[in-house]
Design a protein around this ligand. Structure first.
Ligand SMILES: [Fe+2]
Ligand SMILES: [Fe+2]
Length: 266
């Protein structure tokens, strides 16, 4: 199978490049399944029903989230109706929505999508290592699903790499999100799981992690906030990675994807 993962879509410029590029990419590369992280899609904070439906219409099979999952309160209700929208699995019990789902790909294959959050320099959530064990043993790769994609939304590279090794051999892909900057360590781990510490954001890189740089700079230089964070509106780069899997669901090929905007293309 051919899988595409697209990192955190930030604001209008991020949405534009995704909607422009995704339908053609799907066809040109014969992609079977697409996951998009949408936690910053609505003005940098959360996602709305209208935006999520646009992503799905453009070719996203699943949309993962992160710490900004419910910044737009309508997502709390919408997520209960939309099985393709996945929030972190280690949010407290009783949180609306689901942290994992088995979704049918265009070729009929069954793909497990899991979203999980790290705990280093992040909210004090349930143990992501214990939770991923539960999710993967409930749906073993090559038996209950044809591919398994894990979006590990975390700040610390160490935690992301540890998580990748922990999952290695049990998922097709473990990819980090949240730092909004692509890492260059995409590879296939010893057990056959494709891994990348961070997929990068799909947004304008002439910014501070996707936000117009004025306000972040003001807050670093003087401690007092003096305005709102607004997404940068310049040309965006679609950033993520593509993975090819073999029979059984493990990865045989992984490559970074960067299209448009200010980053070197890949
Ligand atoms: Fe993000
Ligand atoms: Fe985040």
């Amino acid at each position: 199978m051919r899988l595409l993962f697209v990192g955190d879509v930030v604001g209008r410029s991020g949405r534009n490049v995704l909607l422009e590029q995704l339908p053609a990419l799907r066809a040109r590369w014969r992609i079977d399944f697409v996951v998009v992280n949408g936690e910053n899609a609505a003005g940098g904070f959360g996602i709305t029903e209208a935006i999520a439906e646009e992503f799905i219409d453009a070719g996203a099979d699943a949309i993962t989230l992160g710490n900004h999952a419910f910044d737009q309160r309508e997502a709390l209700v919408y997520i209960e109706r939309q099985p393709r929208l996945i929030r972190p699995a280690n949010f407290p019990r009783g949180t609306p929505g689901r942290g994992a789902n088995l979704i049918e790909a265009s070729n009929g294959a069954k793909v497990l999508v899991v979203n999980m959050m790290g705990r280093v320099f992040m909210d004090a959530l349930d143990d992501p290592f214990a939770r991923i064990d539960e999710e993967l043993s409930a749906c073993p790769l090559g038996q209950a699903c044809d591919a398994a994609i894990v979006d590990f939304h975390a700040e610390a590279t160490s935690e992301k790499q540890a998580f990748g090794h922990f999952v290695d051999g049990r998922a097709s892909l473990v990819v980090g999100t949240h730092t909004h900057t692509p890492s260059a360590d995409h590879r296939i781990l010893a057990g056959g799981t494709a891994f990348m510490s961070d997929a990068g954001m799909t947004g304008d890189y002439d910014s501070v992690i996707g936000m117009d740089r004025e306000e972040p700079l003001r807050r670093f230089i003087r401690r007092l906030p003096s305005g709102r964070f607004e997404p940068a509106l310049g040309a965006a780069t679609l950033s993520g990675l593509a993975v090819e899997t073999a029979e059984g669901g493990l990865a045989v090929k992984v490559a970074p994807v960067r299209i448009g905007g200010r980053l070197a293309p890949a």
